[in-house]
Write a protein that binds this ligand. Structure first.
Ligand code: GUN
Length: 172
């Protein structure tokens, strides 16, 4: 079957096709799309995005934590080994993270490790709305936030990542 690329297609899709089309919007977490499917039809893209985010926000804390943890580190080991999903590869490249000097790479790895050590989950920022120097600055300031604040900020950034991935899907 051809890919579902319009809201009309998505509204008409069965659960499996809907999940196949939107499963990648939330990193390694197709359950978000699957559990949003019963809310069709969606009036517009904003309605669809808000329903997806509602599923994520309504999930258990454990599932939310697993979703956050499903994200790769920025300029981390998976990125160095070219083992990111297609979306993550693009997102990291758009922030210039595929072209770091050895010093910048070491700084990312130090900050990633410090952040993970403080909060128990990786640092999440919508990379496509940022760039490497801004990300390094934000990593340092957010390191001083409370764990609950960071947990909520991570979910908010995941909503932005999903919005951009959805826009890409529906663009053509
Ligand atoms: N980890 C931190 N930020 C991001 C992002 O924007 N995309 C992905 N895939 N992983 C991240």
């Amino acid at each position: 079957m051809s890919p579902l690329r319009t809201l009309t297609d998505l509204n008409a899709a069965d659960r499996a096709a809907f999940t196949a089309a939107l499963g990648h919007l939330f990193e390694h977490s197709p359950w978000v799309a699957e559990e949003t499917w019963p809310q069709r039809p969606f009036r517009d893209v904003a309605h669809l995005h808000s329903a997806l985010c509602g599923t994520m926000r309504g999930a258990t804390r454990e599932r939310q934590l697993a979703l956050i943890r499903a994200h790769p580190d920025l300029a981390g080991r998976l990125a160095q080994q070219n083992k990111l999903t297609a979306e993550s590869t693009r997102e990291q490249a758009s922030a210039g993270l595929n072209q770091l000097t050895a010093e910048e790479l070491a700084e990312f790895q130090r900050l990633n490790a410090a952040y993970l050590g403080s909060f128990g989950f990786p640092f999440i920022i919508c990379a496509r709305l940022s760039n490497k120097s801004a990300i390094l600055t934000v990593m340092q300031t957010r390191g001083g936030s409370s764990p609950e604040q960071e947990f909520q900020t991570a979910l908010g950034e995941i909503e932005k990542i999903a919005q951009l991935r959805l826009n890409d899907l529906l663009k053509t």
